[in-house]
Design a protein around this ligand. Structure first.
Ligand code: PRP
Length: 207
């Protein structure tokens, strides 16, 4: 029997694109395109099993070996530092991690800066490297309203088109790091399923 490769895909728009790349690389699983609420799809003859997971959970599945490989944003890899191999930049899902604030914001270096974010570790590292004292306010979403309501001075968040910031009267003040989707692998799967994983990496590199 063929060894199955378990692949964690990020649920959502990015995941559809990612699946298409895998299909082109020879790991098709047509049933995944059918409308349904199913989360696991398998093509035994191609030796692949896909499952849809929350984008921020992909790295957990891969780190613990429930998935052999998966696709995760660099934001998640930087924030949680999972113990996985980062194999390849897929060059999709591009955005940036940035500091944003209302346009009249002026940083007062004598005061502790209040930073609202979902990405506490990234924010902490960034400001530590600048020697700036901050107070992190960890939120789980709708970060943009924090400075509007006076909960924070700035936010550290993902900016893609800039629409969310604009519609909430915020501006980018600094870019911290560019972000894109990465192919990641479980460390032991990378050794034991190297043939299948190499095939995927090589064909994706040629796309
Ligand atoms: C992200 C981010 C911003 C938005 C930026 O949220 O937190 O709110 O996208 O995109 P834009 O620059 O194109 O407007 P996401 O939709 O990932 O969901 P979230 O609210 O759960 O963070």
């Amino acid at each position: 029997m063929k060894t199955m490769l378990n692949v964690a895909l990020p649920k959502g728009r990015l995941g559809e694109k990612v699946y298409d790349m895998f299909a082109k690389a020879g790991f098709e699983c047509p049933s995944i395109k059918e409308e349904s609420r199913k989360l696991i799809f398998e093509n035994e003859s191609a030796g692949v099993r896909y499952f849809w997971v929350k984008p921020s959970d992909v790295a957990i599945y891969v780190e613990r070996g429930a998935a052999d490989i998966g696709v995760a944003g660099k934001d998640i890899l930087l924030e949680y530092s999972p113990d996985v191999y980062e194999l390849f930049d897929l060059d999709i899902g591009k955005c940036r991690m940035a500091v944003a604030a209302p346009s009249d914001f002026r940083d007062n270096p004598e005061k502790t800066l209040k930073v609202a974010t979902k990405f506490s570790n990234i924010a902490q590292r960034y400001y530590s490297s600048k020697g700036r004292d901050i107070d992190i306010i960890h939120l789980n979403g709708s970060i943009e309203i924090a400075p509007i309501l006076g909960l924070s001075d700035v936010i550290v968040d993902i900016v893609e088109t800039g629409t969310t910031l604009k519609e909430n009267n915020l501006e980018v003040f600094e870019t911290i790091v560019p972000i894109s989707a990465r192919l990641i692998a479980n460390k032991s799967s990378f050794m034991f399923k190297s043939g299948q994983i190499e095939k995927i990496v090589n064909s994706m590199k040629d796309m």
